[in-house]
Design a binder for this molecule. Sequence first.
Ligand code: ZN
Length: 242
Amino acid sequence: MRYFVFSDIHGNLEALEAVLEVLNEENDCIPICLGDIVGYGPNPHECIQAIRDRNILSIVGNHDRAAIDEVDISYFNPYAKEAVLWTRSILKDSDTDFLRSLPVVRTFGNMTLVHATPCDPHSWNYLFTLFDAQNNFKCFNTQLCFIGHSHSPIIIVQKHSGECWVHPHTVIGVQHDLRFIVNAGSVGQPRDGNPDAAYMIYDDQEGTIEIHRVAYAMRKTQEKMKRHGLPDYLIERLELGR
Ligand code: ZN
């Protein structure tokens, strides 16, 4: 089976559509969304709708929780806070019911799916370093753990001995004696310097994980954000991929 994994859409419909177009061309892929469907972008309702229409297996992110008022947003930066409040004002009841129904962690085959970190997923911590990864490998039992949240794709590998390293490429073979934490990057607001939407394909027959990028109609997203009066900083960062 092949799994088509993506995360952090953040209400960016054009980016989501570009990714779903790729998904449509892939045969027999099971799509998985790792959370933060909303927040920042101009089309939270439409993005939720697109996920629901395709019955995509999803978990919840901190911005999804913030949009339904179930997470403290006092620690959000002022731009994120403004976007959350705007998102709250336009979501429909059916959207909030859907976000409320999503679990924080899900185990699926040999995969653990969690938006932030497998250790204490409700704290919405970030997993940036090998030290963070080493701790987090202790907090799940499956071979693979797929995460989002930082908006930067990364593949971290662990040997039986516990030794970990960052894989320097976007493609890797899934050897049975290794474990993996993989960040799928972000569809709607990449922060790794590449503004294109990110997604990942895990093929359990071939034993491969590949991170891919696809360009989308960013100007259209930016124009909509401008029209809705969303912060300039959030509009500009899309083209910087930062
Ligand atoms: Zn996010």
